[in-house]
Design a protein around this ligand. Structure first.
Ligand code: C2E
Ligand code: MG
Ligand code: MG
Ligand code: MG
Length: 287
């Protein structure tokens, strides 16, 4: 009995420790977002041949002073829970527009929105002001939103996306194929682009049915006039299948480039120029 009691109190103590670690992380995140110390990296999107960069996705980074880098998979949900995700989003849009304005004119930057961002009209004026501030053409800004984020209140989300579209911003569905009722959303919302989730790519070299699935999703998207980004391409074998089956307008994956700081992206852009780009083998360890 007594031992059980000790065990119980140990359990409670460790729960307490976990709870306070989480509270601490939340407080630190709030501070990092407020103090604008969150980082930003860019992952290039390429033509399927890998010769040219067409645009890049902005991804946020949090380097915690004591704990080191924390995954977005951990802190994005925390920021949502804390109700401060829009502060992060607005900071990301600002930095992304600022950096994109220094890139060659034909390149776009793509920023992730979370569900909360498209629940309020504030995003419309934030985007307009930011484009204005950096004198960036609206067609160079792309915004990514996941299917699950669209579920909440379709009618009002639709109105907000339409306002963004009418400014000239490109709207993309992110992680396409992992949510629900995806097909009907494609038709109901002002979307120009789909980013097909890497789940569709993962086993295409081992499983013929996976390739069929990818080809089907691509075919459907093309029929609807959407641009197709295939995400998460890692190996030469995957790349070849995607090329041979004409499955992508753009490719984003470790095979062509990891997320990197703006300075490295600019260096890569300069190196590629308009000439052919010779792909270097990328090391997974550097990610
Ligand atoms: P996402 O928007 O789908 O971004 C692509 C993620 O896939 C990135 O992970 C990227 O590093 C990873 N990735 C790209 N190519 C490959 C590949 O070939 N193989 C593999 N295994 N992974 C690849 P990251 O940066 O860890 O971000 C994860 C997710 O966190 C993002 O998925 C996005 O949903 C979210 N996120 C990141 N930054 C932001 C942000 O600023 N705002 C919001 N709302 N969400 C963000
Ligand atoms: Mg994304
Ligand atoms: Mg994605
Ligand atoms: Mg994803």
């Amino acid at each position: 009995k007594r031992r059980d009691k000790n065990r119980w109190s140990l359990f409670v103590e460790s729960m307490d420790a976990k709870y306070s670690a989480r509270q601490r992380l939340k407080a630190d995140l709030r501070e990092a977002i407020r103090g604008e110390t969150m980082g930003i990296v860019y992952q290039p999107m390429f033509e399927p041949t890998g010769t040219r960069i067409v645009g890049a996705e902005a991804l946020s980074r949090w380097n915690h002073p004591d704990l080191g880098p924390i995954s977005p998979a951990v802190y994005i949900p925390l920021a949502e829970e804390l109700g401060i995700i829009s502060d992060l989003t607005h900071g990301m849009i600002n930095k992304a527009a600022r950096d994109c304005a220094t890139w060659p004119d034909h390149l776009f930057v793509s920023v992730n929105l979370s569900a909360h961002d498209v629940r309020s009209r504030e995003i419309v004026s934030v985007v307009a002001d930011t484009l204005d501030r950096h004198n960036l053409d609206a067609k160079r800004l792309h915004l990514e939103i996941t299917e699950s984020a669209l579920m909440d209140d379709l009618a009002s989300v639709r109105t907000i996306l339409q306002e963004l579209r009418s400014m000239g911003v490109t709207m993309a569905i992110d992680d396409f194929g992992t949510g629900y009722s995806s097909l009907s959303y494609l038709d109901m919302l002002p979307i120009n682009k789909v980013k097909i989730d890497r789940a569709f790519v993962m086993n295409i070299t081992e499983d013929e049915r996976k390739l069929k699935l990818l080809r089907g999703v691509v075919h459907l998207s093309r029929e609807l006039g959407l641009d197709i980004v295939v995400e998460g391409v890692e190996t030469e074998a995957q790349l070849k299948l995607i090329q041979d089956n004409n499955c992508a307008d753009l490719i984003q994956g470790f095979i062509f480039g990891m997320p990197m700081p703006n300075s490295a992206l600019v260096e890569l852009m300069n190196k590629l120029g308009n000439g052919p780009y010779r792909r270097q083998p990328v090391s997974m360890a550097s990610h």
